[in-house]
Design a protein around this ligand. Structure first.
Ligand code: GLC
Length: 535
């Protein structure tokens, strides 16, 4: 038996929370204009409470021209009028808390919108001005300065577009993403001060945590050199000086008992874990699990590596199967290649949704049984597939910046179906929603799934309710045949997932708590099925 686990303190909620990602624009439309909003979220808080989630993470809800779905922020202290008002956000935070749901906001420190007052002033002030020092403005290369200052690649996978844009006054400015998202200069004290003020602003309004967008990209080599062949130190990824930034953020968060989750895409486990040292970020997204193919060996490796890299710094792992940037889980798992990779995204990749859904159900039970926090992206609990968006309706810059090669991320951002019989599947819109819903969207509607004990929604509800059976103890692998994952949590339940074609005999147990699909007549676990057992 493992060590008895001490009861978790309330302030440690984030160590094992189920966190629901709300993409406001597509969650629910309260005012009927075709765009989701805070009123839509407030109206559906009981739904989230019944689902049993501990917290919500809101993708950016601030004033924004929406050139990158809100990750282009014009004012961090104002809610975009398309979504509501600051007063409404404050109400939402308080109402959710009453229902036991905490709120996490998304801070985008790497860049701002080109409509942000700082960037507008920098443009007006001209070359060499102090206003331009808040960003990365440089003269161009070549005799006429018409070549970009360096060779850095765009951070939108597949993008063939440069990361520099030239202004009529001759200066170039850096934007790792779109030209409407100029990068801030994190060596400037005003940039640092402003972000600490923004953190306080939201903590003062009762938010429990902050997700940090593109968290490993902020710091740049001041010389902005070309990409060297030697990858370390990289001129803009994972630079050492970033840790000092997060240490001072941590001091701010600690004043409010606030927590951080960083968006840290780094292949190097040791470098990744540095962000999770006790005086830095509390958690970071685990993208190794999200990108992992549906393969027992690979999943087990990903779980082991994740747990091993978190252990020395004492941080809990996070488990994510999808988010607003990647292909929906049921679609990905139904494909021949079940891994996620930005580089291989293409239009028209065939998928078997019945197979993908079976696997996604098993994956839900797998990820909810692991030690740490779980992130659930809106619509994942409904088993929504990736939608095909007609090209003339695509809004995502990833599509445009890849010259149409990458389908973009709109397919996972389609407005949610709430009621099968209502217009626009009950999203709330009186007019065409901002992204079109596929014809079969009503079949995934919440009201339908609530009636069906075998629906994805019913599975998620039951699983989240039963999750405490696993406790907070560590994981131990149990002997299992090839293709089967089986583990026990100390003083807690067992989880078995069969990814092999042969039905698996379940280990000894006193009770079957839940399974992602029926067992066979001999009580064995069929292929692509998971079960939770009480020992
Ligand atoms: C993050 C966000 C993504 C956005 C990018 C630029 O990766 O998740 O949606 O496009 O940052 O802000």
């Amino acid at each position: 038996m493992g060590q008895p686990t001490p009861a978790q303190k309330d302030s440690d909620w984030w160590r094992s929370a189920v966190i629901y990602q709300v993409y406001v624009r597509s969650f629910a439309d309260g005012d009927g204009d075709g765009t989701g909003d805070l009123a839509g979220v407030r109206g559906n808080l009981p739904y989230l409470a019944e689902l049993g989630v501990d917290a919500m993470w809101f993708t950016p809800w601030y004033l924004s021209p929406l050139k990158d779905g809100g990750y282009d922020v014009a004012d961090y202290r104002t809610i975009d009028p398309a979504f509501g008002t600051l007063a409404e956000a404050e109400k939402l935070i308080a109402e959710a808390r009453e229902l036991g749901i905490r709120t996490i906001v998304d801070i985008v420190p790497n860049h701002v919108s080109d409509q942000h007052p700082w960037f507008r002033s920098a443009l007006a002030a001209g070359p060499g001005s102090p206003e331009r020092e808040l960003f990365h403005f440089r003269p161009g290369r070549g005799p006429h300065g018409d070549l970009p200052p360096n060779d850095w690649p765009s951070q939108f996978a597949g993008s063939t577009e440069p990361v520099w844009t030239r202004l009529p006054d001759g200066d170039w400015y850096l934007h790792l993403f779109t030209p409407e998202q100029p990068d801030l200069n994190w060596a400037h004290p005003v940039v640092r001060q402003e972000h600490e003020d923004i953190l306080r602003f939201w903590f003062e309004r009762g938010v429990a945590g902050v997700r940090i967008d593109s968290a490993a990209l902020l710091a740049k080599d001041p010389d902005l050199p070309d990409l060297a062949t030697d990858p370390r130190p990289h001129p803009f990824v994972d630079r050492d000086e970033l840790h000092d930034v997060y240490r001072s953020w941590r001091r701010v968060a600690d004043e409010y008992d606030g927590v951080f989750v960083g968006e840290v895409w780094l292949p190097d486990a040791e470098r990744f874990a540095r962000y999770l040292r006790p005086d830095e970020l509390h958690t970071a997204f685990n993208f190794s699990f999200l990108t992992c193919p549906w393969d027992a060996g690979r999943l087990r490796d990903s779980i082991d590596t994740t747990l091993a890299e978190h252990a020395p710094v004492g941080a809990p792992a996070t488990w994510v199967l999808c988010n607003h940037d990647v292909t929906r889980t049921v679609t990905r798992y139904g494909r021949e290649d079940t891994a996620f990779d930005f580089a291989t995204k293409a239009f028209g990749t065939p998928t078997d949704l019945a197979l993908g859904t079976r696997r996604a159900r098993a994956a839900a039970l797998l990820s909810l049984a692991l030690p740490g926090a779980l992130y659930l992206y809106q619509g994942e609990e409904l088993g929504l597939p990736e939608a095909d968006i007609p090209v003339d309706r695509i809004q995502d810059p990833m599509y445009f910046r890849s010259q149409g090669a990458d389908p973009g991320r709109d397919g996972c951002r389609v407005p949610l179906p709430w009621a099968a019989g209502a217009p626009y599947a009950g999203f709330g819109a009186r007019e065409e929603p901002w992204l079109p819903q596929p014809a079969d969207w009503p079949s995934y509607a919440v009201d339908r799934q609530k009636q069906d004990p075998h629906s994805m929604l019913s599975l998620y509800r039951e699983a989240i309710a039963l999750r405490p059976e696993f406790g907070n103890g560590p994981l131990t692998w149990l002997p299992a045949p090839d293709g089967v994952l089986a583990f026990a949590r100390a003083d807690g339940a067992l989880c078995v997932v069969n990814l092999a074609a042969t039905p698996a005999v379940l280990p000894a147990h006193s009770r079957l708590l839940l399974s992602s699909g029926p067992l066979d007549d001999a009580g064995r676990l069929p292929e692509d099925t998971a079960a939770w057992l009480r020992p």
